[in-house]
Design a protein around this ligand. Structure first.
Ligand code: CO
Length: 458
């Protein structure tokens, strides 16, 4: 039996370990080698990479994608897309979602992994449809979480819904690394018995369960797993590619990975990791095994964000209290899975509840929008009194939020005028207006400098 391996070093490992700060120049020299490793796909775009390129790295994310594509000719390129949120933190109108997908496909993405933080599939429908129209691979995701209202039957139901929607494969997305080996086995078995499309499992090593969970999932018939090259594996990142490959092959599974090439890739990334450690970008904390997550169900990325938030407010000693408050906030919100943007929203609210010394003294506008239904249907019942006090006289929505939004692309394109040089620029601006504008201005300034320099030299 074949197990497909997706390498995550360029996206999820990068995001989970070093807050997505890896510039293109750091990994450019190894791309052609990575293309020879035999990976099923390279997860290299989407998630937080887009935001990070513009915000911190002064890189055009679209150009990054095109450059990766020019070097990776055999291996499929994969991205993570937040459904109606695309790569931002709010819902966008359908015209923007469609154009974003179309341009991502045109610039090189082969596999779109699409999820909605609340598993409200009305929020991934348009993206899925456009991926199919573009002739790319549409992978629908189910965000895995543990709560009194989530069980295997519910996940199987979601899997059937995805298949009906026409997905090419289904990903079980365990962003917190809390899917345990036995539950993974039962879940994959149940899904394999109910749907025909391939099942991919995505987990993290956060709690230390990751590799064991993968083995049990594969035993249950899982068709693919996500791993990170060993120097960027473990902790809040994925289990190591080489170790999983070794164990799987020993057990008689096929992976199509080439060990020699994997070693070359790891030898390349090792010193890069050391640089991030010495610069302080890689906090050794995230490399450890954090079994508290099994209790608090806080994903790795969220945990490091909570720590950063508390550090910034000189309140790191409140971490334990915040970790206790987090599941309480989650319950009030109807048990949303803790994935972007829910993880941020729940985290910020939990921190605020603890630091203010009073629960819900301050409520973010995102939480208000959530109670209004702007993020979609909540998995369980929200706290009705809290909802009432947050919304006041406003009534919650009954339709899909995007149905209330006006088309945005053409209007924005007109407004931007010559500042946007391409439709991709317009999409960057729609996703992150301020930082995209700053990026465009910097780009302009840099070019003017280069031109005048060239002229002076002549
Ligand atoms: Co992940």
């Amino acid at each position: 039996m074949k197990v497909n391996i997706t390498e995550t070093v360029l996206r999820d490992a990068n995001q989970s370990l070093i807050a997505t700060r890896m510039p293109f120049s750091d990994f450019e020299p190894i791309l052609e080698v990575m293309d020879q490793a035999g990976y099923h796909s390279l997860e290299c775009w989407g998630g937080a990479t887009f935001d990070s390129c513009l915000r911190y790295l002064d890189e055009d994310p679209w150009e990054r994608l095109r450059k990766i594509k020019s070097k990776v000719k055999n291996t499929k390129l994969q991205m993570l897309l937040r459904g109606q949120n695309i790569l931002g933190y709010k819902h966008y109108p359908d015209d923007v979602v469609r154009l974003f997908v179309a341009h991502a496909a045109k610039n090189g993405i082969d596999i779109f992994r699409i999820f909605d933080a609340l598993n409200d599939f009305r929020n991934i429908e348009v993206a899925l449809d456009e991926v199919k129209k573009q002739g790319a691979h549409a992978q629908g995701s189910i965000c895995y979480t543990i709560s009194p209202i989530h069980n295997i039957e519910k996940y199987v139901e979601l899997g059937k819904q995805l298949e009906k929607m026409g997905v090419d494969s289904i990903c079980i997305k365990d962003m917190a690394g809390i899917l345990s080996p036995q539950v993974a086995y039962d879940l994959i078995k149940a899904l394999k018995a109910s749907v025909k499309v391939p099942i991919i499992l995505h987990t993290h090593s956060t709690t230390g369960l990751g590799p064991i969970t993968y083995m049990k999932a594969v035993e249950a018939g899982c068709d693919g797993i996500d791993t990170a090259i060993s120097s960027f594996s473990g902790g809040t990142s994925q289990p190591a590619t080489e170790s999983m490959n070794y164990a799987l092959k020993e057990m008689g599974y096929e992976t199509s990975l080439n060990e020699k090439v994997l070693k070359e890739i790891n030898d390349f990334f090792k010193p890069i990791k050391s640089q991030y450690v010495s610069s302080g970008q890689l906090d050794p904390f995230v490399m450890g095994t954090e079994t508290d997550a099994l209790v608090y169900q806080v994903p790795g990325g969220m945990l490091s964000n909570l720590i950063a938030q508390l550090k910034a407010q000189n309140a790191l000693d409140k971490l334990d209290e915040v970790l206790v408050e987090t599941p309480n906030v989650r319950k009030d919100l109807g048990y949303p899975p803790l994935v972007t943007p829910m993880s941020q929203m729940v985290g910020v609210q939990a921190v605020s509840n603890v630091l203010a010394g009073e629960r819900y003294k301050n409520v973010s506008k995102e939480i208000k929008a959530y109670f209004k239904g702007e993020y979609g249907r909540t998995p369980g019942e929200v706290n009705p009194e809290l909802q009432k006090s947050v919304l006041g006289d406003e009534k919650p929505l009954t339709v899909r939020y995007a149905d209330t939004l006006e088309p945005l692309f053409e209007k924005t394109k007109k407004e931007l005028g010559s500042m946007a040089r391409s439709d991709e620029d317009v999409l960057s601006y729609i996703a992150f207006p301020q930082i995209a504008e700053k990026f465009f201005k910097n780009r302009e300034a840099k070019e003017t400098k280069t031109v005048s320099y060239t002229i002076t030299r002549k």
